[in-house]
Structures are given as structure tokens and as C-alpha cells.
Design a protein around this ligand. Structure first.
Ligand code: SF4
Length: 509
């Protein structure tokens, strides 16, 4: 007879005496500072003097709000049909990218590695790459292999182009197998740079392989790019909007199916993605619309220059104005009127914003994330009468900073804001102590600073590890604005109720 499993939650488990004793023994062995010293040092790190020292640091980064370049390259690769991400570098990096994406999407993430170790670091990783090609084709039968690098391969200067040519010469790689590749060292750039580099390489490789000549405007279709997007719901929302317009389209880089497969009892390595044959045809499209611009610079530049595409790009369309602009651009590129259904939707969302306005107006906010997401969030907060105060963008540059500052200047609610590019979440912690705010907005990484500052975190962006299914709900478009609004206002109401004295614990809000 099988015994019933008694699985103890870790919160209870580690309160058991043997674990308490184990921790005390470890603490005694490590001979730490006294509790008083820990408390006083912690308090010191909340002072203005410490903040100035924190902002003066140059040699170390603490908890940056960004991930490695190859992680973005893996996401870009998974946007295409039967494409296997292939990471030339160490296995540990690959495990990190896969687990990072799996923790956010709660889905398995197929990707292989050349597993470089000490010998490859000394003699170069060509053998690993050639053997890896042969193995992965035999095991996983991809239609395309998308190769990116980690720091190790970049530091020793492995030449991907030459290695791949040798792999073809040796017969490890069939002549007709497309192999886009991108150099993605993580000592520069971030996940968005890696995404951009890989997407551009995929488009270029498939286009060159087709031998076609671009004929922009020959097709009535629109090309649509969502960029590095952690929300599978955004893809569904974009399809819905384009469906209402009745515009034929091709999403270039659609990773939503790979990160949202169903439980059928059978596992496949590949789910959906943009069909490879659609890529060369995309050069004939009537126009290209991107809903990220900072994370797609190289790709959009390529499409403009080489395909002669009419390219329109907006930052992540969060809120009313940004969605208006998105719809205007779709209308302009496709020559179709904005559908009545979307106009009605806009009116309903505006009404919802007015309903919640009293609770959100004047709320001071700190936010961290990717450049395009932050531009969207700043715009939406200003529309709601919320006041962005601290904006940290670890992977932002001067171009982003200028755009953010211009947007903040457009509203009196942006008057107090400061934009911190290249700073990390330890900087954000200092900002939260020096100039407190009501709410924080960002990924799960911001939860530690938010907890210490005793403010709620509105989880928006990537990665969200500690809440479930948020990526399934769109945040773009009018529908996305309603989803964000619901999250924002209900969090504020939760806090209000937690703090309410009995006479204010009202039934109606
Ligand atoms: S920083 Fe470089 S070595 Fe470290 S995980 Fe990222 S790619 Fe790998």
C-alpha cells in the first residue's frame, strides 16, 4: 500500500529545530558582525551620505534591471518556425537563459549549447561547434539553427562565420540549412541588444538565401514587429486589433506559441513561430510597423536600407495616447479607417480610467525596466495623473533619456521625475529611501527594494517570476490599458484597506 507523501512547505520546514540549529551553527562558524552592527549598517545605507557614495560607484553593478544578450537572442530565435537556438559558449550560461525564460513563461525552453570548457577556452571552440551542429540536427531535426555566443566565446575571439563555413565543408551542416548567427557578448548591451542582433540576422539570412529582389509595396500586407516582449497576451491582442482593421499581416518574430503551448500529454520542441518562407516575402510588404523602437534599431535599419521598407516604430503602446498613435499608424500604413469597435473600446477604457482616477491621481511612482516599456509606462502614468519620480533604466542610453525627459516635460505630473540611465536597482533602493514614493512599477527584481521601502510593487515587464499568468494578459492597446489600470487601482485599494481604521473599512470604493 502506498504511503501518503507528507510534503512540508519550506516556510514550515526550515522552522524545524534541526534546521534552526544548522543555521545557528553556520552563523557561528562564519563569525558575522553583531546584530547591532548589521542594524546600524543597514540604517546607514538608507542615508543621503550613503546614497551619494552609491551613485559615485563605478566598478561594480548591483542587481541591474537587465539580462544577458544571448537570452534575447534565444527569444528572437524562438519567434521562427522549427528553429533551434544554439548557444556557442558555456553550458552554465545556457542553463541560465533557459531557466530565466522558463520561470517567467512557465514553459520549457528548447536551446542547445556547445558546452565549452577549459580546453575549448584554450584551443578555441570550433570542434564543439561542428560536433554540436551534427548532434542537434540528428536529435532535434530543426529547419533553422540560430547561433549566438556567450562571453567566453567572445573573449577568446571565436570566429563564428569561419566555424560555420568549416562545418558546412565537413558536411556537419547541410548546404541548405539556414544558420543565422549573432555575436552577443554580455559584457556589453543587454537582452534587447541580443534580441535585435539575432532578429536582424534571421531576416538577413532568410532573405539572402531566397535570392529575391525586394519589391516594397508589391504586397498589401503589413509587417509587424513586437520586439523583446515578455507578454504572450500582447501577440494575441495585436492579432485582434489587426483583425478588426481587416489588414493582412506577417508578425516577424512570433514567439508567443513557443512560450504558451498547451498540455496535450505530448511534448514537441517547436510550437508555431513565423513560417520561414514568410520572411523573404516580407520585403514586398506595404509597410512595417514596430511596437518597440529602442530594442529593434539594427533590425529596422536593415529593413529600411536593404528592403526599402516604409518603417514606422512606436514605443510599447501602453495607455490611451500611445494606443491612439498605434492605430493611426496602422491606418496610415494600410490605408484603412480605424474600426468603430476600437473607437467604442477607447471610450469604455476612458470611462474606466475616470472611475479609478480619484485613487490613482497624485500617486508618486518609481519605475524600472527596458527603454520601450518605460516610455509606455511613463505615458500611461501621466495620463492617469500619477507622478513618475524615479526612473531607472539599466539598459537605456542617451537617446532613451532624451525621449523620456521630453515626455515627462509634456505634463505637469512629470515635473519631479529624474531619469537614471545605466544605473541599477541598488541605486533605485537609495532613491526610494531618500525621496519616498507610493508605488513601484517593474519586474520581480524590484521586489526587494520595494519591500524595504514598504511600498507595493506593480509587476510589469520582464521577468515576472513570482506571480503567475500575468504574461498571458495583454498590456498593449486599449484592452491592455484596462488590464494595467485594474492591476494599479486594485493594488492601491488593497493597501488602503490594509491601513484603514475600522471606521474607514468601507464596503464600496
Ligand atoms: S554575463 Fe556572459 S558569462 Fe555570464 S551568464 Fe551572461 S553570457 Fe554567460
Amino acid at each position: 500500500m502506498s504511503e501518503r507523501l507528507n510534503i512540508v512547505d519550506h516556510n514550515q520546514l526550515f522552522r524545524q529545530e534541526k534546521y534552526v540549529r544548522q543555521r545557528e551553527g553556520k552563523r557561528a562558524f562564519e563569525a558575522p558582525c553583531s546584530p547591532e552592527e548589521v542594524t546600524s549598517t543597514l540604517e546607514y545605507t538608507k542615508t543621503k551620505e550613503y546614497k551619494d557614495k552609491n551613485f559615485a560607484r563605478t566598478a561594480v553593478v548591483v542587481n541591474p534591471a537587465k539580462a544577458c544578450q544571448p537570452l534575447g537572442a534565444v527569444m528572437a530565435a524562438l519567434g521562427f518556425e522549427k528553429t533551434l537556438p544554439f548557444i556557442h559558449g558555456s553550458q552554465g550560461c545556457t542553463a541560465y537563459f533557459r531557466s530565466h525564460l522558463a520561470r517567467h513563461f512557465k514553459e520549457p525552453v528548447p536551446a542547445v549549447s556547445t558546452s565549452m570548457t577549459e580546453d575549448a577556452a584554450v584551443f578555441g571552440g570550433m570542434r564543439n561547434l561542428i560536433d554540436g551542429m551534427e548532434n542537434c540536427i540528428a536529435l532535434y531535426q530543426p529547419q533553422m539553427i540560430a547561433v549566438c555566443t556567450t562571453c567566453m566565446a567572445e573573449v577568446i575571439g571565436d570566429d563564428l562565420s569561419a566555424f560555420l563555413a568549416n562545418a558546412r565543408q565537413e558536411g556537419a551542416l547541410p548546404e541548405d540549412m539556414p544558420v543565422p548567427f549573432a555575436n552577443t557578448p554580455s559584457f556589453s548591451g543587454s537582452h534587447i541588444t541580443g534580441y535585435d542582433a539575432m532578429l536582424r540576422s534571421v531576416l538577413e539570412t532568410l532573405y539572402n538565401k531566397s535570392g529575391r529582389t525586394p519589391q516594397p509595396g508589391h504586397e498589401l500586407k503589413l509587417n509587424v514587429l513586437l520586439g523583446f516582449d515578455g507578454y504572450t497576451g500582447n501577440f494575441a491582442e495585436m492579432r485582434r486589433i489587426l483583425g478588426l482593421f481587416g489588414v493582412p499581416y506577417t508578425i516577424l518574430g512570433d514567439h508567443s506559441s513557443n512560450f504558451d503551448s498547451g498540455a496535450t500529454g505530448e511534448y514537441s520542441y517547436y510550437y508555431g513561430g513565423t513560417p520561414l518562407e514568410d520572411v523573404p516575402k516580407a520585403a514586398d510588404a506595404a509597410g512595417t510597423l514596430a511596437i518597440q523602437q529602442h530594442s529593434l534599431r539594427k533590425t529596422l535599419g536593415y529593413m529600411k536600407r536593404t528592403w526599402g521598407q516604409q518603417v514606422s516604430s512606436v514605443s510599447t503602446p501602453l495607455g490611451i495616447h500611445a494606443t491612439d498613435r498605434l492605430l493611426e499608424e496602422i491606418s496610415r500604413l494600410s490605408g484603412r479607417e480605424i474600426p468603430e469597435a476600437l473607437k467604442q473600446e477607447r471610450a469604455r477604457i476612458l470611462d474606466a480610467m475616470m472611475d479609478s482616477h480619484a485613487y490613482l491621481h497624485g500617486k508618486r511612482v518609481a519605475m524600472a525596466g527596458d527603454p520601450d516599456m518605460l516610455i509606455g509606462l511613463i505615458g500611461f502614468c501621466l495620463e492617469l495623473g500619477m507622478e513618475p519620480v524615479h526612473i531607472v533604466c539599466s539598459n537605456g542610453d542617451r537617446k532613451f533619456e532624451k525621449e523620456a525627459e521630453l515626455l515627462l516635460k509634456s505634463s505637469p505630473y512629470g515635473a519631479e521625475a529624474t531619469v537614471h540611465c545605466g544605473q541599477d536597482l541598488w541605486h533605485m533602493r537609495s532613491l526610494l529611501f531618500e525621496d519616498p514614493v507610493d508605488l513601484a512599477i517593474g519586474s520581480s527584481h524590484l521586489k526587494f527594494a520595494a519591500k524595504e521601502a514598504k511600498i507595493p510593487l506593480l509587476r510589469v515587464g520582464f521577468p515576472i517570476f513570482d506571480r503567475h499568468h500575468m504574461h498571458r494578459y495583454p498590456i498593449i492597446g486599449y484592452q491592455g490599458a484596462l488590464n494595467l489600470l485594474t492591476q494599479f487601482v486594485n493594488t492601491v485599494l488593497d493597501v488602503m484597506e490594509e491601513q484603514a481604521p475600522d471606521h474607514s473599512f468601507d464596503l464600496v470604493r
